[in-house]
Design a protein around this ligand. Structure first.
Ligand code: C2O
Ligand code: CU
Length: 464
């Protein structure tokens, strides 16, 4: 399909319009419309586990895990014809992109879900350089767990001084002894606790991701947590460097990379020098021990190690948060989950007790509602500064994500934290986030532990 369209365009390029007319082409208009590249969600297999296991049946973009890495220059367009060859409806959400609302990929809110066999043309410009990713937004708890995700890299106009740029998508799978995806995807126990936590960690779809590097090289590592629910606590071994961006947005001052935490959907961009002797790795600290999840085997030394620390990346064009005193405010109360003591919540316009909620697959609530409200949490005027106080009155951590925006945490001393699109809240923690409502549309605000959003942790804001 794609090949034929391409060759047709090549033909057009040489023959020109006049040549075509002479050849008697009946649909000049159609021929001239450019056909975007296809991104197909379909079934496939992936070698997640070692060779003694069968490859794991997965769902993947273009049939692979991860899907293709999309790379564009800042300000360039991304155009993809999404083709749904899955047995259920799907969409593509371009996570972290301050996108045109119609391209945000949220069923019911911004588009109808794409039925099996149908397609949808996504097209948008990427205003911010950085590390982003894409994933489905329909039955995300199932589709993400089955392997549908890929990286979207927006390059700075001038690339930083590094020898290599490596994208590392970190996932957590729940596999059976045959290395098949455990089919208990809707398990209420997961949904009411920390989400679907797995037993097999992969980097770029490989349980033992390996590469090579030279001693003294400087690498840019773009880490993305694509897991349904696992929070990673990571550190570096044989690598020494700085965190230069969070969720795509550059830090004003790069921070030394020690131990750092990545909640679901978060990204960390590192610039690191290779300091190890024979091996360098990214280490995940789990309850039962520490594991190298990505390893570089070190070959000969390249030139001497760079002396200067990593320079900050150029800032993206973010609107500065205005005075907080006069900002539009909203409150978001998060309740529910196991041991949360929630008695009930509103659903479908009725007050329901916990038991009936659970029967409907709901165990959490935002402001007393367990379903997606018809009215937004907040309606902001275009350009207004907004502050949302989020109170996590549950016994669980949550990864709160706002679509179409980056926001800053209001710190205790009133200053603002780093730009993020997903923020981790600890159990019983509360804080405020602030941002400028400069992107019009209807935007989701939800927990990115995708089982939690499916079971009640979902609301939206309107900017007009
Ligand atoms: Cu990464 Cu609502 O999504
Ligand atoms: Cu959550």
């Amino acid at each position: 399909m794609q090949v034929r369209d391409l060759s047709r365009r090549a033909f057009l390029g040489t023959a020109g319009a006049a040549g075509l007319a002479a050849a008697g082409c009946a649909f000049p208009g159609r021929v001239f419309a450019s056909v975007p590249e296809t991104l197909e969600a379909r079934t496939g297999t992936a070698r997640l586990a070692p060779a003694e296991y069968q490859p794991t049946p997965i769902w993947g973009y273009d049939g692979g895990v991860p899907g293709p890495t999309i790379r564009v220059k800042q300000g360039a367009r991304v155009d993809r014809r999404f083709l749904n060859s899955l047995p259920q409806p799907s969409t593509v959400h371009w996570h972290g992109i301050r996108i045109d609302n119609a391209m945000d990929g949220v069923p019911e809110l911004t588009q109808a879900a794409v039925a099996p066999g149908d397609s949808f043309d996504y097209g948008f410009t990427a205003p911010d350089a950085g590390t982003y990713w894409y994933h489905p937004h329909n039955r995300t708890w199932e589709q993400l767990a089955r392997g549908l995700y890929g990286a979207l890299i927006v390059e700075e106009p001038d690339a930083p001084d590094v020898d290599r740029d490596e994208v590392l998508l970190i996932d957590d799978w729940r596999l059976t002894e045959k290395a098949e995806i455990a089919e208990n995807l809707g398990a209420m126990h997961d949904w009411s606790h920390g989400g679907r936590i797995g037993n097999w960690i992969t980097v770029n779809g490989d349980g033992y991701w390996k590469s090579t590097a030279k001693r003294n090289e400087r690498l840019r590592l773009r880490l993305v947590n694509v897991a349904n629910a696992r929070i990673f606590s990571l550190s570096l071994a044989g690598l020494d460097g700085w965190i230069v961006a969070l969720d795509g947005q550059p830090l004003e001052t790069p921070q030394r990379a020690g131990r750092f935490v990545m909640a679901p959907a978060q990204r960390v961009d590192l610039i690191v020098d290779v300091t190890g002797e024979t091996e360098a790795s990214i280490v995940s600290h789990e309850r039962n021990g520490s594991y190298a999840i990505a390893t570089f085997e070190l070959t000969e030394s390249s030139a001497a190690r760079r002396k200067e620390p990593a320079a900050p990346l150029p800032p993206n064009p973010m609107a500065q948060v205005g005075p907080l005193k006069t900002a539009r405010r909203a409150e978001l109360l998060m309740e529910g989950g196991a041991m949360g003591g929630m008695m009930g919540a509103m659903m479908g316009g009725r007050s329901m007790d916990m038991r009936s909620l659970v029967q409907q697959g709901k165990v959490w609530a935002f402001n007393g509602r367990a379903d997606m409200p018809e009215e937004p949490l907040i309606s902001a005027a275009l350009g207004e500064t907004v502050r949302i106080r989020i109170e996590n009155r549950t016994g669980w951590p949550h990864a709160m994500h706002l679509h179409g925006y980056h926001f800053r945490k209001v710190l205790e001393d009133g200053t603002l934290g780093a730009w993020r699109d997903t923020t981790l809240m600890q159990a019983e923690e509360s804080f405020e986030i602030a941002f400028v409502a400069d992107n019009p549309g209807n935007w989701l605000l939800h927990c990115h532990m995708v089982e939690h959003s499916a079971s009640g942790m979902m609301t939206w804001i309107r900017v007009a």
